[in-house]
Design a protein around this ligand. Sequence first.
Ligand code: CMC
Length: 451
Amino acid sequence: MVKQAALDVNGRLAVEKKGGGMDNNCLSILDKRTNATYEIPFHQGTIRAMDLRKIKTGTEDFGLMTYDPAFMNTASCHSAITFIDGDKGILRYRGYPIEQLAEKCSFLEVAYLLLNGELPTAAQLNDWISIVTHHTMLHESTKHFLEGFRYDAHPMGMFISTLAALATIYPEARNVHDPVTRRLQIARLIGKVPTIAAYTYRHGLGYPYVYPDNDLSYPENLMSMLWKMTEPQFKPNPVMARALDILFILHADHEQNCSANVMRSVGSSQADPFVATAAAAAALWGPLHGGANEEVLRMLDEIGCKDRVPAYIESIKAGKGKLMGFGHRIYKNYDPRARIIKQTAERVFEITGKNPKLEIALELERIALEDEYFIKRKLYPNVDFYSGIIYQAMGFPPEMFTVLFAIPRTAGWLAQWEEMVVDPEQKIARPRQIYTGYSKRDVVPMEKRVA
Ligand code: CMC
């Protein structure tokens, strides 16, 4: 049993075992530069990078670091929120399989689960729905702020800026160590993101913004704020509302992805959750992350028809870009979310009619999954491959797809953020570098400089 890490008589890291002697539960490292050996304790199947610092060639040596661009093999935190087994294609929130959550729960139930660790009772859910529902309104100054954007502003640019602007309305949010304040900002953010999203959509159309309707569910209220015209109350289609709710569940969290890492990193400086969420949303917008759904639609447009799919696949294999909506850092199997989205799409298409892009997408998937290039690299459709096709059938323009991703992901970001804030092991995120620039040199006077 590991008791503690300690330095041995030679100043090397050793591990003591109860009852004496060296522990087997450690990694033995021989540094051939010095012929010194080090015992590095295992910690939940990993080693602590800081334990490597003891490995030195002499007193002047800083100590050994690891080099891991893009965090390919580095765990940055302990987390009890989301579990992914990328080889098996498994995704669970707080231990519950995504398939069961998508079938049996509502998005707000799942958001509660992510934030609190347990599914709510009926009474807890009612309270939670009531809290979120009472935070859906935006301050009028935020509405005016949104009105200031150009008519053709990208909805994600508006969404990100408005999230950051909320920090100016709720300055108490900076009190990140107070649990009551934290929970209030969490409710505000989850309540307000659909309102901001809907306003960005209507802004582009030149329609007046629609205030939230507290009689409607979370997805229904979003639909009302998006599509209500002159009718006194918007009547959402229940199949569409449920499809949107399922899509929200699927997008709610995905452990330490690029945007969650940004949320934690920005939050680690004790910045308030509004600006941290804005930063996370900015990371999401990139085409390799949540911006991929918009790119998938552009790609399907470019391909144009099913017959042109083989030539397009060949162009990808020849290095002309990536197949958008394919591949994943963690999944080396079918993304379980993509499978559920495909099933949900069928229900939506019964109402909206089939999106003609589906035929092209299915053909792309069929050919890619049989092709050696994609098989060898374990490239499968990811969540973004089919989501855009549903969103388009529902009437959303491609620019809105990433905003629709960001609405539910806000719950995941906040769960990750709060877990980080209360984790005593976390500090301000600050990676190291391997400096490759000049060593010291002197400034040459301007008249003596040459280009
Ligand atoms: N099309 C063609 N080739 C690909 C693709 C793709 N979509 N994705 C990866 N590859 C190739 C890549 O070129 C590399 O080949 P090689 O070994 O010959 O150099 C190999 O597969 C490994 O790829 P990688 O770039 O090292 O993988 P990564 O883990 O760094 O990147 C990824 C993951 C998601 C950024 C990447 O697969 C990608 O760019 N996919 C397209 C964009 C996309 O759909 N993003 C959404 C991700 S899921 C939702 C989300 O998280 O937001």
